[in-house]
Design a protein around this ligand. Structure first.
Ligand SMILES: *Cc1c(COP(=O)(O)O)cnc(C)c1O
Length: 382
């Protein structure tokens, strides 16, 4: 088995459709008698060649080396259009990037409205390490990037779903000598290819729509820069935030259906966004695919498909609870991107959102059933 994985030739990468690319991503060359996707390799140490030691084979010890993980990295790398390293979680990938790249005295720009634990990490740990931390709202305005080492954006941002024009921001960052990293969790590599849009790095949680079954934690980083890849790899090897072989295998198995899952999730999000926007008892509906959403002009230009996540406000915590209690197809749960439709009142986690603010993640249920259920639950909650 070629454990570096089967890569579609470059020209196929561009011409094949999303479904085709997902099904084939990272698979080894067909070998008679071998499975399509090899099962997980469980190993801490591997047998070594007594004479050559670790130089003889790519697998010496499980922290740096695992063939199941390498196949998953080949797969995600193909979809993002760069080289990939997977981590134990999205937070491991994002904090790893920040800690590996930033030194005392450096300045970093982070989203003011992005994933809350990243902001908490920046004010607690990064600032404590002597890094200057600036926050900018995803939709702007952004500060002057002179003297900035790294700009990290989330687009669409979780949970507010604002977007930023990536080619324009990349140009500004690069003119100032800053690196641009994009958190691609909400979009997934099928929704948006930040490396094609000028970003130096992609980071993301693989626990959300990328793998979509609500059964694993995963993070990744992707880049076309050999030095950045080397830095991230060295960081991961010494800090050890690697996913286990079984989770890596499950993630790869789930990746094959990404195109199908997203297609249904986007269709469901569109139907629910229209339903919610038309109701007088729901305010602040945000979905970047709605033509009158503030994010629509940029999102429709740079995104290849719209996310299955939307947000809105039901006015208070109690009404959200009544809605969730009445809904039969909307599970009360955090996270998003899974097969089952879920909704989360973000303020219950200490996120700085209004008490009635809801992030709703569309699953792959039939659209007609979901629309009927959400309508009935909202009626019951009024
Ligand atoms: C969930 C999430 C993360 C963190 O990922 P984990 O896998 O939970 O560590 C980071 N960024 C965004 C946008 C997320 O939604």
């Amino acid at each position: 088995m070629d454990d570096e994985g089967f890569r579609l030739p470059k020209e196929d990468d561009r011409s094949a459709g999303d479904g085709t690319r997902c099904v084939h991503a990272g698979l080894p060359e067909p070998t008679p008698g071998a499975p399509f996707l090899p099962g997980p390799v469980f190993a801490a140490p591997y047998h070594l060649d007594p004479w050559q030691g670790p130089a003889a084979a790519p697998n010496g010890y499980g922290r740096p080396d695992n063939p199941t993980r390498r196949l998953l990295e080949a797969a995600i790398g193909e979809l993002e259009g760069g080289d990939c390293r997977v981590f134990a979680s999205g937070q491991a990938a994002i904090t790893g990037l920040l800690l590996a790249v930033l030194r005392a005295g450096d300045t970093v720009v982070l989203p003011a409205d992005g994933y809350f634990p990243v902001r908490a990490f920046a004010t607690d740990t990064l600032a404590g390490n002597g890094v200057r931390v600036l926050f900018a709202p995803t939709a702007g305005p952004y500060p002057d990037f002179t003297g900035v080492r790294l700009v990290l954006v989330e687009t669409p941002a979780n949970p507010g779903l604002d977007v930023v024009d990536l080619p324009a921001l990349a140009e500004r960052a690069h003119t100032a000598g800053a690196l641009l990293a994009v958190d691609n969790t909400t979009a997934t590599p099928l929704g948006q290819r930040p490396l094609d849009l000028g970003a130096n790095l992609v980071v993301a949680s693989g626990a959300k729509a990328l793998t979509g079954h609500s059964d694993l934690l995963l993070g990744y980083l992707a880049t076309r820069s050999a030095p950045l890849l080397e830095q991230a790899t060295a960081w991961r090897t010494v800090t050890g935030a690697v996913p286990g072989a079984f989770d890596a295998w499950l993630a790869h198995r789930s990746l094959a259906t990404l195109d199908l899952r997203l297609a249904r999730q986007t269709a469901n999000a569109e139907a629910l966004a229209r339903l919610l926007a038309a109701r007088p008892d729901v305010t602040g509906v945000r979905w970047p695919g709605l033509p009158d959403d503030p994010a629509y002009p940029v999102a429709s230009r740079q995104m290849r498909r719209m996310p299955g996540v939307l947000s809105f406000d039901l006015g208070g915590a109690e009404r959200v609870a009544r809605f969730l209690d009445a809904a039969r197809l909307v599970g009360a749960a955090t996270s998003f991107g899974g097969l089952h439709t879920t909704a989360d009142r973000r303020a219950q986690w200490g996120d700085d959102t209004p008490p009635g603010f809801v992030r709703l993640s569309c699953g792959v249920e039939d659209t007609v059933d979901l629309v009927a259920d959400v309508t009935a639950a909202l009626d019951a909650a009024t």
